[in-house]
Design a protein around this ligand. Structure first.
Ligand code: SAH
Length: 259
């Protein structure tokens, strides 16, 4: 059967280095127990899939949007549980009616942020998510406060996940090579069970503050501020200076019901 022709619109860059593929597949190993359900996003021609299927601790399901890749996978991996469709539209409760599951992939880079936002929507059921994304996004996700890369994704993900930047991957191991460098990350659910503040407001505050990241919070968050005195420590700061804990505290102070 012919190889799949890479389509730009689907973010298709097929990994050709089996050593790297094996290393990525192994990133989920330390966290899985017996027959742990794992979803692979965008298996393409199955370069990661083959290693995941070999792992006796993993109960693998994959979702692939590209019809041509689906046909290829059905031919070469008939044993694979494969869903043809868009991960972003997938109802994960249908695929995994109960319990926890992991997420892995050499992800389509054009939707990597959206993939992580969706993981966040299911955070209490996804203890681990690992895989390859653009290096720049990996740096954003893993960034600590005070860095240029620190932003919305860093705060929202780090509130719930411990992030490990595992290793960098050169563009030459792909066909076709992407324009950017890549990196492999792992997100593991931390022990936080609630934010101790209004979670929706927390998200809005983080997004609003970073959407005007050069501005002091006094200006970017003015529509939320009713009592400046309470917020003294925060008013002249910029969003990249605030840790996750500080964003949580700030949100508490902005909550109208706690006046
Ligand atoms: N994992 C393969 C392919 C990586 S390229 C490898 O390492 O070689 C990204 C893959 O994600 C492609 O196969 C692409 O078709 C698929 N894809 C793109 N958008 C998708 C979506 N919304 N849902 C599921 N798969 C998607």
């Amino acid at each position: 059967m012919q190889k799949v022709r890479a389509k730009k619109s689907l973010g298709q860059h097929f990994l050709k280095d089996l050593g790297v593929a094996r290393k990525i597949a192994e990133t989920i190993n330390p966290t899985v127990s017996e027959k742990f359900p794992v979803l692979e996003i965008g298996p393409g021609m199955g370069v990661l899939t083959q290693f995941l299927l070999q792992n006796p601790n993993i109960n693998l399901t994959a979702i692939e949007l590209d019809r041509e890749s689906v046909a290829y996978l059905k031919e070469w991996y008939p044993e694979l549980k494969l869903i043809e469709g868009d991960f972003l539209k997938l109802d994960l409760n249908n695929v995994f009616p109960a319990g926890e599951f992991g997420v892995i992939g050499n992800y389509p880079y054009n939707i990597s942020s959206q993939i992580f936002f969706k993981v966040l929507d299911y955070k209490d059921r996804i203890p681990v998510c690992s895989g390859m994304i653009q290096k720049e996004v990996a740096e954003r996700i893993a960034s600590k406060p005070g860095k240029k890369a620190y932003g919305i994704l860093s705060v929202l993900l780090q509130a719930w996940y411990d992030i490990e930047y595992l290793f960098t991957v050169d563009e030459n191991v792909f066909n076709p090579p992407p324009k950017v460098k890549s990196a492999v990350v792992r997100l593991r659910r931390n022990s936080r069970t609630s934010l101790d503040c209004d979670e929706r407001l927390f998200k809005t505050v983080v997004k609003t503050a970073f959407n005007q990241r050069r501005k002091q919070l006094r200006n970017s968050l003015h529509e939320f501020i009713t009592d400046e005195a309470k917020l003294e420590n925060y008013l002249t700061k910029r969003p990249e200076q605030l840790s996750v804990e500080e964003f949580i505290n700030l949100t508490k102070l902005l909550q109208p019901c706690q006046n």
